[in-house]
Design a protein around this ligand. Sequence first.
Ligand SMILES: Nc1ncnc2c1ncn2[C@@H]1O[C@H](COP(=O)(O)OP(=O)(O)OP(=O)(O)O)[C@@H](O)[C@H]1O
Ligand SMILES: [Mg+2]
Length: 134
Amino acid sequence: MTDLQKSPADAAQTPSGDPFLSVRDLRIHFDTDDGLVRSVDGVSFDLHKGRTLGIVGESGSGKSVTSLGIMGLHRSKRARISGEIRLNGEDLIAAGPDRVRQLRGRDMAMIFQDPLTAMHPYYTVGQQIVEAYR
Ligand SMILES: Nc1ncnc2c1ncn2[C@@H]1O[C@H](COP(=O)(O)OP(=O)(O)OP(=O)(O)O)[C@@H](O)[C@H]1O
Ligand SMILES: [Mg+2]
């Protein structure tokens, strides 16, 4: 039986154990010249290993800002991030940028919105440059 065929009660039985990614009450606000923009305002979800999670919402609803926040890619001083992002139990908001950089590409990766202009996150940049020469 696929997940789609399960009844809502079955589907609610998520895998046991701790989630691989846990997001709790995530808020990502930006200070702008026009005032505070609340792009993400209290988002929570869990993702277990081997499972897929789709986030659906209208344009501008904060899907990309959420994903970039998890990846630690909001580098602007104007971004204010609060809440909890745990990867394998590790608090990514408390972890410094050096630690998050270690995890990027190893434990987490992002395919950006325009995938044809981006590098594939599973392969090193070097492998992808060599591939073109070959
Ligand atoms: N650096 C920033 N400073 C201020 N506002 C921002 C910044 N980045 C994003 N926003 C705003 O946050 C909101 C959410 O944007 P986001 O790109 O996450 O939407 P989205 O759900 O990914 O939309 P789409 O489906 O079009 O990709 C938008 O109103 C956007 O203008
Ligand atoms: Mg987007």
